[in-house]
Design a protein around this ligand. Structure first.
Ligand code: NAD
Length: 483
């Protein structure tokens, strides 16, 4: 369904995120017929650039990152005519009058995308207001990181709230734009099959893994000030935990969903020191093909920042008391693989005897690679060899079930940017949610910062440090393989 005509102003329109994600996402939506010809996209950043130069910047970005084959050259030329560029300083007066003139008289939906560091959010918000560029229906989109602790998140929220209402603010967590993450809600609340079992009576435990195979790469300087807990756990894994654990909202509407997620964060028990393991990857190999260790890659031999974190979280409410959530995320692990696994309890009594083996049902929601959902079901091993049990997957890989069209899974940014234009905040984080997540995260980080302990070393290509294995082994459970 096409969205209404809009003006999208991308502050930081020449940056890495605009190049890799925002511009390619807009182009793909244009090809899908979702953007009417009247849409306008205005890049605004510090660099001096003409409209023509910005269009060629966008052409290169889309050619490199935009799944260009999905669309022909004619589409690209037509799309580029929607783009223009304004040189502008978030901290000064340069460019604002030009932007105001460009927007003057436009009745289109207006959205400002703050694709700049959070240090500029307050400046941008203030100047948008000072130049009279915002109306009640205007939206602002802000990127992560939304603060580095509770105090900084509060001050960002306050800086935005001085100029915009909460209903105008779209805080991006691109994990929420992933097709399978939305499917998690469809699976839970669109079927009668799972929800009755979705509690501590039937679920033994839940594992959430976001594993990356790459290291910090060129983000070393930023990453070393942040670490896995701030960069991934506080936001992405916490959001996945909330959607997995929340109560059914009364309806699929932004505040109903976000109220339920907030209740989950508020019900989280404070982390116990023994329930958290931090790790840092070591160098791998020698000579050609060797890979630097974390310390070398970030250029800081003294760094105690973690590139891996695993923890056991407990939710103190009736549904989940007694069912732990094991969460882990890290870099330079065995594979790039992300999933949520709901591990159900053993059958209360085996009628088949010890030889048949003990089996468990596991529902796996795969975020990457190959987005899809798999349910492990126990059946009889075929053949005359007696009653032996085996696990077989009921695999719901989208492309197989829904045909080739489903194979072209839209990027999270495509979905999220269109939601901004539609005015749907369901898949964006509310200010109080972000603050609650920091409130839970801060004491954990403070505890290890004041203890001054170094993270455990782990080998590149492994599943993380041995202590992380021990974290779950001591409960008589084991991590699922990263593959
Ligand atoms: P970047 O450094 O590549 O680009 C920054 C942009 O901001 C440039 O266009 C620059 O001209 C502009 N800018 C800087 N100071 C300015 C000023 N005073 N006035 C006007 N424009 C100014 O950064 P990026 O990687 O594109 O990241 C942008 C935001 O998105 C950051 O908050 C980052 O944390 C977040 N983010 C980036 C990625 C990514 O993959 N790059 C992923 C998630 C979140």
């Amino acid at each position: 369904i096409p969205v209404q005509p809009f003006d999208l102003i991308i502050f930081g329109g020449t940056g890495d995120l605009a190049r890799r994600k925002i511009l390619p996402a807009l182009f793909r939506r244009y090809c899908a017929g979702q953007m009417e010809g009247e849409a306008r996209v205005i890049g605004a950043a510090r660099a001096e650039m003409s409209d023509a130069e910005y269009r060629s910047f966008a052409r290169e970005a889309i050619t490199e990152f935009g799944a260009y084959a999905a669309c022909d050259a004619e589409h690209l030329d037509a799309f580029l005519t929607l783009l223009s560029y304004i040189t502008l300083d978030a901290r000064g007066d340069a460019g604002w009058a030009t932007l105001a003139a460009a927007l003057e008289g436009s009745a289109r939906i207006r959205a400002f995308y703050f694709s700049v560091g959070p240090g500029l959010f307050g400046d941008l918000a203030a100047r948008i207001e000072a130049h009279g560029l915002a109306a009640p229906g205007t939206r602002v989109v802000v990127e992560k990181p939304f603060g580095r602790d509770l105090a900084s998140a509060r001050s960002l929220n306050a800086a935005l709230a001085r100029h915009f209402d909460e209903t105008q603010i779209y805080r991006i967590d691109h994990y929420l734009g992933k097709e399978t993450v939305q499917n998690l809600m469809a699976i839970r609340f669109g079927n009668t099959l799972f929800e009755p079992l979705w509690n501590s009576q039937y679920v033994d435990h839940i594992q959430i893994t976001v594993a990356e195979a790459g290291g910090v790469g060129s983000r070393g300087e930023y990453y070393d000030k942040s670490g896995a807990m701030r960069d991934m756990m506080q936001n992405h894994l916490m959001q996945l935990l909330c959607l997995t654990a929340m109560e059914p909202p009364a309806k699929y509407d932004p505040d109903a969903v976000r109220d339920e997620k907030l209740k989950v964060i508020r019900a989280l028990d404070p982390g116990q020191p023994g329930d958290i393991v931090r790790g840092q990857y070591e160098a791998a190999g020698k000579g050609a093909g060797s890979q630097p260790g974390y310390l070398e890659e970030v250029g800081n031999p003294e760094s105690t920042t973690e590139s891996f974190v695993a923890l056991k979280a407990r939710i103190g409410n009736w549904r989940w008391a007694g069912t732990p959530f094991y969460l882990r995320t890290g870099k330079r692990l065995r594979a790039r693989a992300s999933e949520i696994a709901i591990v159900f309890k053993d059958a209360p009594h085996s009628i088949f005897g010890a030889d048949a083996g003990q089996h468990r049902n596991i529902l796996t929601i795969r975020l990457q690679p190959n987005e899809g959902i798999e349910l492990g079901v126990t059946i009889k091993e075929p053949g005359p060899g007696g009653m032996r049990l085996v696990d077989v997957p009921l695999d719901m890989t989208f492309s197989e079930a829904l045909g080739p069209e489903a194979e072209d899974v839209p990027d999270a940014y495509e979905r999220l940017i269109m939601d901004v234009i539609r005015g749907d905040q369901t898949l964006f984080m509310r200010g109080d949610e972000v603050e609650a997540a920091w409130e839970w995260t801060d004491p954990i980080i403070e505890a290890w910062e004041s203890a001054g302990t170094a993270p455990c070393a782990y080998a590149t290509g492994s599943s993380g440090p041995d202590d992380a294995l021990a974290l779950i082994h001591r409960d008589g459970r084991r991590w699922r393989e990263i593959r």
